[in-house]
Write a new protein. Structure first.
Lengths: 351, 421
């Protein structure tokens, strides 16, 4: 239906049937992404950010997952493809970088062998040619002495180098869509900075669309064009990063911002946590999933938060394409007066 | 899922809205959230670590397995932790920060140096002599999933230290465990549940209750929140702050998350490859760091405020990886990745010099970002020329390397020792 965007996810649902009931890991998720752009998906563990992206890759085939909705990639609905058709796309058009490079690489094969395999599956070339291509790729991602490193095993690589090797493997077939699932979470900040730089450089070179899954709002702020905040399997805030992170309108986003102190801001800001625990994805209450942890729900008249799930609607700030799922009538005012000074004092002063 | 968990007993998808609990109000949450901890600099030190070293031998392969070297995981670190204070230990993985914590709690037997706790040296005590001291020094571990025995109920986990140290009569163990559960914000009725019935944040609270059971004076917290979700991290940090205030506990807080450390620790030490490169109070370290490694580390943290501007922020990029601690670089260990490195850095190891009231740094070219000096500040006191060769004309000054801070310090601009007026 929507062919103007390169990737368009439409009302995606991923449900798992378990003995205790249906786990709605992802429910009614929609977003779009263009080539050369980055979408940052943020949320806690269990918010459905990885599950929804695995669905795009077709990684739920053969499991008990029930997937509904559409995923249009360049005019093709990925969810209607047969397993062999999907296999042709996977690793070629769509590639994925996993969080833990040590468990994503096979310990028994050399790194070069594994990357070459990814190349030879999609290209009928000789081993020799594949080796040349892999060495080129290893050099591109900044692995020193790529000729020698080709024959190294994963355990001989450091964490940052393994992640570089994973990036090399993901990008070797020049994919048009790259899903990076917490690519830097297991790494130190200095290595994280190197990897993020590399991803940005390669994105410019190959004009790749990137879905960046992370829980670090700082990474989203620096890498992404659009941000999607997920809670309990649903998008709760979605829009351009410059809108979502500067004028957030959903209490969950506020909570995320205030529970992570900013290293460059004043040193005397309190750390305001989000009370309670993430909800179970079984038996979701009829109202807003965040209501039991929301400190602002008393500002909504009546029992609205408990009884009715808010829709994802344009926010009151009126920014282009900034959608939020909240009943609060005047979120911008509440943010300015009650929340902003705990989040970024310097920012609220500037305004 | 165990069937004791009442929230998930049936597969009904309808939940009566009236049963949904009310969320706490904003004021309640704000009351529980604390500002960064302040430090009382006049308090006496609880722990004085002096030149602590922890080497792990490396053996050759084969039958004879000769010792061929050492992993110098911690190589001569010195610091003080004041009573009720907390010192943050930050650095990249493999820099030795966790090893330092484990050497202090004597999970490892340190190779050398001293760690004075009161009038006793934790390094020299035998295992038997150590037992009474274990009561005063406790540890919180990083991974709440592997640090709790899955076959023991949490009552037995928290009760174990009470039993081992005969803290309370057997009959009162249960009531003490319940008290502890309440202190860390868990339901005291849950003492007979098993760790698998709790979420990550709750498990970390159990680990904290276990550490608190013996009323320690010092807690070594090794990455206590890095395995938790961000929203839960803030809850646990606030809990630790409450407990610190209430029981006057000192913390050695080991973490790699610079933002969390800044919030929790009024003093922070930055480690690189087994050595402390800079140690200072919070304001100084985060706003005026003098060591190029601290500067690079701080600039690498992604910044949320960048959303308003777009793109990445300017940062100091460190090339390559941390060198191997088996064969560390000569002179300054950071020189292989340092943007300022010169000849002297390969020849002479920079001494730890106090350059402010509560600020020490180990660098030949110490200075604020963009204001690093052109010639080494340490040359004269080391008795070498600007390239690090011995200078017969210069007389080296005695550099006192004490774990704590002195009243006099070396002024970087005037290049002489100054006394505060």
């Amino acid at each position: 239906m929507n062919n103007e965007h390169f990737l368009s996810v439409n009302d995606l649902q991923v449900h798992f049937k378990t003995a205790d009931g249906i786990v709605k890991a992802t429910d009614g998720l929609s977003y779009t992404l263009d080539r050369g752009k980055t979408l940052g998906i943020v949320g806690e563990s269990g918010s459905g950010k990885s599950v929804s992206s695995s669905a795009i890759m077709g990684l739920h085939q053969g499991t008990s997952a029930r997937i509904e909705g559409n995923v249009w990639l360049d005019g093709v609905d990925l969810l209607t493809l047969s397993p062999p058709e999907m296999r042709k796309l996977r690793g070629k058009e769509i590639a994925m970088i996993f969080q833990d490079p040590l468990s994503a690489l096979h310990p028994y094969y050399t790194v070069g062998h594994q990357i070459a395999e990814a190349y030879r599956v999609h290209n009928a070339v000789s081993k020799k040619h594949a080796r040349k291509k892999v060495v080129e790729m290893l050099e591109l991602v900044g692995i020193p002495q790529p000729e020698r490193r080709f024959d190294g095993y994963p355990h001989e690589y450091s964490g940052g180098m393994r992640q570089r090797a994973m990036i090399a493997m993901a990008l070797i077939n020049d994919p048009s869509l790259l899903i990076a699932d917490e690519p830097t979470t297991a790494l130190d900040v200095t290595v994280q900075a190197q990897i993020l730089d590399l991803l940005q450089k390669l994105q410019k070179e190959f004009n790749t669309a990137i879905i960046m899954i992370t829980h670090d709002l700082g990474v989203v702020a620096e890498m992404a064009d659009d941000a999607l905040v997920m809670y309990a399997g649903r998008a709760v805030e979605y829009g351009p990063v410059s809108e979502v992170l500067t004028h957030p309108e959903m209490p969950y986003t506020w909570g995320l911002l205030s529970s992570v102190p900013d290293v460059t801001a004043d040193t005397d800001i309190p750390m305001v946590p989000i009370p309670g625990n993430p909800p179970s994805l079984l038996n979701q209450p009829p109202g807003c999933a965040f209501q039991p942890r929301c400190v602002h729900s008393s500002k909504v008249p009546g029992d609205l938060c408990k009884t009715t799930m808010p829709d994802l609607l344009p926010g009151s700030h009126g920014g282009s394409g900034h959608l939020t799922r909240c009943h609060l009538p005047n979120p911008e005012l509440i943010y300015e007066t009650e929340v902003a000074h705990d989040v970024t004092p310097t920012q609220s002063e500037e305004r | 899922m165990a069937d004791t968990d009442e929230s998930q007993t049936d597969g009904q998808n309808s939940v009566d809205p009236s049963e949904v609990e009310d969320a706490p109000s904003l004021d309640e949450v704000l009351q529980q959230s604390h500002k960064p901890t302040e430090l009382d600099t006049t308090a006496p030190p609880v722990l004085t670590v002096d030149n602590l070293r922890m080497y792990f031998p490396v053996h050759s392969s084969g039958v004879i397995r000769r010792k061929v070297g050492d992993v110098q995981a911690v190589d001569g670190i010195s610091f003080e932790i004041l009573r009720g204070g907390s010192l943050g230990l930050v650095g990249e993985s493999g820099c030795g920060k966790s090893t330092a914590g484990r050497a202090i709690t004597r999970l490892y037997k340190p190779t050398g140096g001293s760690a004075k706790f009161g009038d006793r040296d934790l390094v020299k005590l035998s295992t038997r002599e150590l037992k009474p001291l274990r009561r005063d020094v406790q540890m919180i571990f990083q991974d709440p999933y592997s640090s709790l025995n899955p076959r023991h109920s949490i009552g037995s986990i928290i009760g174990a230290p009470l039993r081992i140290h005969n803290m309370v009569p057997k009959k009162q163990t249960l009531s003490r465990v319940q008290e502890l559960l309440e202190v860390v914000g868990l339901n005291p009725e849950h003492y007979n549940r098993y760790p698998n019935e709790f979420s990550g944040g709750q498990r970390q609270r159990i680990g904290i209750a276990r550490a608190l059971a013996l009323q320690p004076k010092l807690i070594v917290a090794d990455e206590p929140v890095s395995a938790l979700d961000v929203s839960i991290q803030a809850q646990v940090i606030n809990l630790l702050q409450d407990l610190q205030k209430e029981f006057d506990i000192a913390f050695l807080f080991i973490a790699h998350d610079l933002a969390v450390v800044r919030h929790f620790c009024p003093e922070i030490a930055v480690m690189y490859l087994g050595k402390i490169v800079e140690i200072a109070d919070r304001e100084t370290l985060y706003q005026r760091p003098n060591h190029p490694y601290t500067q690079a580390l701080l600039s690498a943290v992604p910044d949320v405020k960048q959303a308003a501007i777009g793109g990445r922020r300017e940062r100091i990029m460190l090339e390559g990886d941390v060198p191997s601690p088996i064969n560390p670089p000569s002179g300054c260990r950071f020189r292989t990745r340092c943007p300022l490195a010169r000849e002297i850095c390969a020849k002479v190891e920079p001494p730890m010099v106090q350059i402010g009231p509560r600020h020490k740094v180990a660098c030949h070219f110490a200075g604020e970002l963009g204001n690093h000096p052109h010639d080494p500040v340490t040359a004269r006191m080391l008795g070498v020329d600007n390239d690090g060769n011995p200078d017969p004309g210069a007389t080296p000054t005695e550099i006192e390397e004490t774990p704590g801070f002195n009243d006099v310090w070396f002024d970087l601009k005037e290049r002489r020792t100054v006394k505060p007026s």
